[in-house]
Design a protein around this ligand. Structure first.
Ligand SMILES: Nc1ncnc2c1ncn2[C@@H]1O[C@H](COP(=O)(O)OP(=O)(O)OP(=O)(O)O)[C@@H](O)[C@H]1O
Ligand SMILES: [Mg+2]
Length: 262
């Protein structure tokens, strides 16, 4: 099962959800693989290292210079979560591929085939652009989820373009379903958040009931490379992350494997 977080708006918590939900999935006993498809390599910095680039980053797999198995990093900052990392050079590869007339949006999907049966869930983090890499993510995924920062009136600007892009991706990948919009930095006490929550339903077929509150724990955690669950299991935001992860599992039809012996 492959899911992707996608929204061409920057800073809406695609990466934050990828990492935190990955941790929550692993705590449900699932085998999780995160793939960094963003040339900013934020997931790689937080899950692996900000100083070192991975030995075999995703661009080497996409360019045919390494196998996907070689790219998997098993020891990451989150127990039970494996990573295929990226480096800044992913941007060069994207430029090259974009100018290749027969570059395929199903390139990533083909490369992922050997790892799909190995993991319960693969999460693709995407860049803030409706670009070749995001198209490849959507051409590989079973479900796409769209994070939205609910504290800004502008968060739904461009939603039409994203919905059209997702619909277009379905021609390459008819399996792709829209899993739902996920409200982040959500504060029900704030009028703007309630307004955005209401308006989201007009743009997106489904909006998750669980929302992620605004919290300083995300930034605090980033400083020490920890997820909110690793920082404090009993915080409001941790409970929210677990709820989001469980709602996603319900939508995509994956059951918890908590307590299983590996
Ligand atoms: N629930 C939250 N509360 C407070 N801050 C948050 C929350 N979620 C994310 N942030 C902060 O918002 C910023 C952007 O988050 P993040 O990098 O996850 O977004 P993104 O959509 O992946 O961005 P990009 O489009 O650049 O890849 C980060 O500084 C992060 O710490
Ligand atoms: Mg990001």
């Amino acid at each position: 099962m492959i899911i992707s977080f996608a929204n061409h708006k920057g800073g809406v918590a695609k990466t934050t959800l990828t990492l935190n939900v990955a941790d929550a999935f692993a705590r449900e006993g699932l085998d999780v693989l995160v793939v960094d498809l963003d040339p900013q390599a934020n997931v790689t910095s937080l899950l692996y290292s900000a100083e070192e680039t991975p030995g075999v980053p995703i661009e080497q797999v996409l360019s045919g210079n390494a196998s996907i198995a070689q790219a998997v990093i098993e020891k990451t900052n989150i127990d039970g979560v494996h990573l295929i990392g990226a480096s800044l050079k992913l941007a060069n590869l994207e430029r090259q591929l974009q100018s290749t007339p027969f570059a395929s949006t199903s390139l990533l999907a083909q490369k992922l085939v050997p790892v799909v049966p190995v993991y319960d869930i693969i999460i693709l983090d995407t860049p803030p652009a409706l670009s070749f890499l995001t198209a490849n993510a959507l051409a590989s995924a079973d479900f796409v989820f769209t994070p939205l920062a609910s504290g800004s009136k502008l968060s739904l600007v461009g939603a039409d373009d994203l919905v059209a892009f997702i619909n277009q991706a379905r021609t390459a990948n008819p399996r792709l379903k829209f899993g739902g919009a996920v409200l982040t930095r959500h504060d029900t006490r704030k009028k703007v958040c309630r307004l955005v929550q209401g308006a989201t339903k007009e743009y997106y077929d489904h909006v998750l009931l669980a929302t992620m509150p605004a919290t300083t724990d995300v930034d605090k955690g980033q400083i020490v490379n920890r997820t909110v669950l690793q920082l404090e299991r009993d915080s409001n935001v941790s409970r929210a992350v677990v709820e989001i992860a469980r709602e996603i599992m319900e939508i995509i039809g994956i059951k918890s494997k908590k307590g299983r012996t590996k």
